[in-house]
Design a protein. Structure first.
Lengths: 257, 197, 197
């Protein structure tokens, strides 16, 4: 493939001479990368590459690196072991029962190298494109398109008035008002009792003099008012009262003139 | 066909993060150009863009590209963001409306709770209240009143349209039924006020 | 005389701090414009600027103004230092762009080496790649794709513009090794069958 400018570190060429070994293994992105660099050194299309020659190169390279006491990472050694196996398998008479066959393993390795090479070239061509900030330029400080959010407060008259109502309610002193309950007043009882005394001659129970025919609380109010009225009339000397004992019925009749 | 020098100057003006004068441009071109020659080219560029959506304008001898002022509305779009007025703000607004002009201390005395500055700010932002001078008492506190915008928003002709206390009572707005609930809400508002402040 | 709509669209594209697509522009104009109509006008604007010092370019369906590449030498300055990519990052980016969407394991299968977390981070930080969901295989690995910002930065109209992508696809070099292997073996088998017959 066509050589393209790279803006990253150039891939080291295959080590054809001793001094190439000065390179540290850090220059490669793993064993596959090193294999690709060596393969490119064969200067033929990856499709025509001799896998056997490539294996030889790799094994030699690793061996020399170790002689020079370079750190050789484990994955490079694993690859070396696998390639050593592949080499012997390729060199031995073919065993038709062996699966996968060494030829198939070699083909897979070749396919992998082709794919890595394709992506390596693609990366170089990508980085060589007209890039923003290097080859083409955009406006450094555009005004920008802005969406300005304008807050709009919302409240109804009801919200306002009910809020005020609650403020008033909170701030006014709390007044307890007892609602007006229906009662029989003392005046009414007095009036009624005087009228009844003119009719009844003999002793009669207080309950016979109650105004109206009430039940419940109103009857109790009538009893209380009539009792107080009876006491008042007795004080004026207009009625006689008698009771046989505590909590016994109260009797009354008009006083004898 | 636009000539190379014109293209180059146009691109420089476009890509520069500050306005450029003719001397700076001549310097960058590195040719034997006088600022006068550069200026002539700049004017050609400006004329080419005249009436388009991009303008080349001069400010104090420096040139830069910008968008025409009459298109500003397209570049800065305003959007409504409706917000419901908080309970606390509604109370403060009502107090100002019923008692105006009124100071913050007076509002607090009526509400019986502290009022954050943020609440008054919200009402001013809504343009429903405005400062109405200062109370001539020690400390000369600011006093507030409602605005015409307030009357408009709430559909009132004047402040006299606001119902009296008896009307509120008749309408059930002074009903204590919700008191406990409202008090609970009032506390929530207080918490919010605190957060706003 | 440039018409108002054309001016408006030109100003928007010029003022925007990101590339705009036809839909965004139609939305902002608020008129009854279809993206198709907007596109036609954008193309008129692009044609008007062609050959000048400012070009309107399409990247992934979005448009922005930029300077022509041939003027880079005049505009490039010391401070302009585009993100320097490590070789690993450049390779990972290319693999994602040409194979997307692709998982980390698939990237590693091609490179034959583990990808450090930092490499993907650098590309994500540049906003050139983004997660694109998960592959529905055991382990549900995250998969990655390139972004519009990637197309913009590298001056690609669309992914079809990736250099050599059609040739790579035709050569089967974007297929996984397993698939390519099956095909290669299939061809060998065919040849063998032919020999046997």
């Amino acid at each position: 493939m066509e050589e393209l400018p790279l803006d990253f570190e150039i891939v080291p060429a295959a080590p054809e001479r001793e001094d190439a070994l000065q390179l540290s293994l850090d220059s490669w992105e793993g064993p596959l990368d090193l294999l690709l660099a060596l393969a490119r050194g064969q200067k033929v299309d990856l499709k025509q590459i001799s896998i056997l020659a490539l294996v030889e190169q790799y094994l030699t390279f690793i061996a020399e690196a170790r002689e020079l006491k370079l750190e050789v990472a484990a994955d490079y050694l694993v690859m070396a072991a696998w390639l050593a196996y592949l080499k012997s398998a390729l060199l031995l008479p073919k065993d038709p029962l062996e699966d996968p066959s060494p030829d198939e393993l070699a083909l897979r390795l070749q396919l992998r190298l082709q794919r890595l090479a394709a992506m390596r070239d693609a990366a170089a061509r990508l980085l060589a494109r007209d890039r923003i900030g290097r080859d083409v330029f955009i406006r450094p400080r555009p005004e920008g398109l802005r969406d300005v959010r304008v807050r709009r407060w919302d409240a109804s008259l009801y919200d306002l008035l009910s809020a005020y109502g609650q403020v008033k309610l909170r701030s006014e002193p709390v007044v307890h008002m007892v609602s007006r309950r229906p009662v029989i007043t003392l005046d009414a009882a007095l009036h009624h009792l005087q009228r009844m005394l003119g009719v009844k001659i003999d002793w009669a129970e207080l309950s016979d003099f109650l105004p109206g025919d009430y039940d419940g609380p109103l009857r109790r109010s009538a009893i209380a008012s009539s009792f107080v009225a009876a006491l008042e009339l007795a004080r004026q000397g207009r009625v006689d009262l008698k009771q046989d004992g505590a909590f016994e019925p109260l009797y009354l009749k008009a006083a004898q003139a | 066909m636009i000539d190379d020098l014109e293209r180059a100057i146009e691109a420089m003006l476009f890509a520069s993060d500050e306005a450029l004068d003719a001397r700076q441009i001549a310097g960058r071109l590195g040719d034997e150009m006088t600022p006068g020659q550069v200026k002539a080219i700049i004017e050609t560029i400006a004329a080419r863009h005249a009436g388009s959506g991009i303008e080349l304008v001069e400010r104090g001898g420096r040139w830069h590209f910008q968008t025409p002022a009459d298109l500003a509305h397209l570049l800065r779009r305003e959007r409504d963001d409706p917000r419901k007025l908080s309970r606390a703000a509604a109370e403060v607004l009502a107090i100002i409306a019923y008692h105006e002009p009124v100071s913050r201390a007076e509002i607090e005395a009526i509400r019986g709770v502290q009022t954050s500055k943020g609440t008054l700010d919200v009402l001013m932002e809504a343009e429903w209240i405005a400062p109405a001078g200062r109370r001539e008492v020690p400390g000369r506190p600011l006093i507030y009143k409602t605005t015409d915008a307030f009357l408009q928003h709430f559909g009132l002709t004047s402040r006299k349209d606001l119902p009296g206390i008896e009307d509120l009572r008749a309408a059930g707005l002074l009903d204590p039924v919700d008191l406990a609930f409202e008090e609970a809400m009032g506390e929530l508002d207080l918490v919010k006020d605190g957060e706003e402040a």
